[in-house]
Design a protein around this ligand. Sequence first.
Ligand SMILES: Nc1nc2c(c(=O)[nH]1)N[C@H]1C(S)=C(S)[C@@H](COP(=O)(O)OP(=O)(O)OC[C@H]3O[C@@H](n4cnc5c(=O)[nH]c(N)nc54)[C@H](O)[C@@H]3O)O[C@H]1N2
Ligand SMILES: Nc1nc2c(c(=O)[nH]1)N[C@H]1C(S)=C(S)[C@@H](COP(=O)(O)OP(=O)(O)OC[C@H]3O[C@@H](n4cnc5c(=O)[nH]c(N)nc54)[C@H](O)[C@@H]3O)O[C@H]1N2
Ligand code: SF4
Ligand SMILES: [Mo]
Length: 731
Amino acid sequence: MLFGRKNKIPIKIADKQVREWKYTTCGYCSTGCSMEVGLNPEGRPIATRGVAGADVNRGKLCVKGIFEHELFNSAGRGKEPLYRGRYFEDFTTIGWDAALDTMGTEIKRIQHSYGRDAFAVVSTGQIMTEEFYTLGKLVRGVLGTNNYDGNTTLCMASAVSGYKRSFGSDGPPGCYDDFEHTECLLAFGSNLPEQHPIIYWRLKEALERRRFPVIVVDPRVTMFAQFADIHLPITPGTDLVLLNSLAHVILDEGLEDHTYIEAHTNGYAEFADLVAHYDPVSAAKICGIDEDTIRHVARLYARAGAAMCIWTMGINMGINQSTHGTDGVCGINNLSLITGNIGRPGGSSLSITGQCNAMGTREWSSCSGLPGYRQLENAQHRREVAAFWGIDADFFPAKRGLTMTDIFPAIETGQIKGLWLVATNPMTSMPNSARIRRSLEKLEFLVVQDAYVDVETTQYAHLYLPGAVWAEKEGCFTNTERRVNLIRKVCEPHADSRPDHWIFSQLAQRFERSRNMKFPETTSAIFDEMRELSRGDGRILDISGMSHKLLEEKKGIQWPYRAGDEQGSPRLYSDSKFQFPDGKARLLALPYIENNEVPDADFPFWLNSGRVVEHFHTRTKTGKIGNMNKFSPTPYMEINPDAAMELGVRHAAYVRLVSRRGDAVVMAQLTQRVPKNMVFIPFHFHDCVNRLTLGLLDPYSRQPAFKQNTVRIEHIDQELAARLNIESRAY
Ligand SMILES: Nc1nc2c(c(=O)[nH]1)N[C@H]1C(S)=C(S)[C@@H](COP(=O)(O)OP(=O)(O)OC[C@H]3O[C@@H](n4cnc5c(=O)[nH]c(N)nc54)[C@H](O)[C@@H]3O)O[C@H]1N2
Ligand SMILES: Nc1nc2c(c(=O)[nH]1)N[C@H]1C(S)=C(S)[C@@H](COP(=O)(O)OP(=O)(O)OC[C@H]3O[C@@H](n4cnc5c(=O)[nH]c(N)nc54)[C@H](O)[C@@H]3O)O[C@H]1N2
Ligand code: SF4
Ligand SMILES: [Mo]
């Protein structure tokens, strides 16, 4: 027999008979990969492939993207609106007109009886930007409730607050191309290879061309940590101590960029006074990283010609999602500022965003303000938007209302009576599920608008509205590097589901107040309206040169992109002009306050949570795609083998975890990935980790601490547990 490459019989790939490929953008994570969906002769989506000429992914896709065409007709999709008078009765089908009439009547009843703010709206990071803009117009301009927020409060709120506190505006300053120029990469609480595989691939490509140190800060030995040059296994929730200590070493050894600090920042004296207290010897005792390593990393970072920091939920949860979230983000920004690493090729402070359109909601949804990064607190901004929409500026509140995490407690206290959830599943994704369940049960009227009818939250709904998903409609997503990408419609909405923007504008028509307002029918017309509203002197979020057509042609454009511009802007603040009135950035003195739940005799394990590559969030999508779900169909936890041995827990045995909030049953996976005093649970499963989490809130962003909680481990009858688990993974 002949061996070797030359004599190999080529593998035959079955011809799928794709008749046509349609351009679109991936609807899972914030990387923003351009893709094409292949349709068979009957027009059914049967394949997905990456677009070679796209700047972001250059033909590549990760495992979720490759099977994305399978989600259009997957199990559990909503087919038609459903209604019931009380949440424990059976649903009956109701046509769209009647559904929207009922919704309009109920909103009016609640607002009339209890005040405008008694009806709350919580949206998402996963619908199109044009849909966000339309929802904002409806909520701020027509319904007039100030209790309006998005699930991005669970995710990116600390990044937003941190950017605003340091630079005067939201907006990630860097881009993926920075990997090609940087001389040192510091990654905080981010597991790129699993959560943003294509951004990771861009990093690997850059590293193959040119070596530079990669340092990963994460309490787990993640896949990213395994590939790093240096792994700092930090004590959960103490990133701020490490950051202050790195700054301490930089100032102590004179490695800062003094010219940059003088010319472009305020607050240096207070900042320097504060970090003086964070010498590596004292810091090491709190953050668990030894003093020599702190000094070594500080020198590597500060001596690099250009250095960048990236972070996601671990800094976004060790930082964003810890109660120190916002301070952590500002701590990273401080490091970048004292070394002049902002707005330079390879010198950046880049928050890696989460959901496909987490950026779109920040920019255009009016959740925390008004469209285009305008603020409710600014009278001029209120006047501009009111004039543009044709309403009275006094209708806008002068201050933002409750965030998602404060809306649920306000339901408990009876302040809020009605709730509309758009593309978010809080029964699985919010901390302390028992408390969320009790809140939902108290509502007089709950509307769940979701692409899937089987989301757990629907169990408490009075009205269910089926939304069209992803490429069943047309519009834009903005990715992590501010790139606006186009999603072309590749197939019709499933059954009688409707695009979210259609639902918003149809509901608007049920209200007298919308009479003089325009709600365009197509998303390209909505985009043109947003473009006009973005035009302005010195506005960073300027998209006045963009159109849907151009976005497809260029396969995405990074804002700002002003009318007449030749190309988008890879970086912000390259001119070192920040968005505060004096144009300077702020160095912030950030004392560390120890307020997380920490292990003790009753609850001796850290409970850490996060994601795995094959699943997305609450598994509404990936739980039903065979090639995704097969990799982890069962709720499980990672536990260190030494800890498991002491407790007598075998690999693949079921155990019961108990926290101060509740309990959960999971299967044990023995792995050295976690230290001996920690367990890690992917949060994708219903009735699992969020039954246990506490969710202390960041004082600025109101983002919950999902990753720093404590539990104990108990034995459980194996047969009973197996039955429980089979039930909990019903799909
Ligand atoms: N496959 C997949 N990809 C996704 C998603 C998904 O559901 N599935 N979701 C998307 C979304 S919305 C988001 S927000 C991103 C999240 O992306 P990531 O933040 O990269 O993912 P996580 O697994 O949530 O958390 C990352 C790491 O934070 C670490 N961590 C925990 N506590 C601390 C701490 O105190 N300090 C530090 N430094 N690290 C800590 C955890 O150990 C974990 O390894 O992923 C996006 N991409
Ligand atoms: N313990 C723990 N909890 C966490 C986290 C963690 O790391 N640990 N991470 C947090 C983070 S970062 C995030 S972002 C949240 C995510 O929390 P959620 O937003 O609640 O999670 P998803 O499952 O993405 O919910 C989105 C819903 O929108 C639906 N949907 C998708 N596209 C469309 C559409 O176009 N239209 C409509 N109408 N519906 C659509 C989906 O079916 C799904 O039900 O979870 C948070 N919860
Ligand atoms: S990396 Fe993110 S955007 Fe790209 S294919 Fe994977 S899930 Fe989609
Ligand atoms: Mo997120």
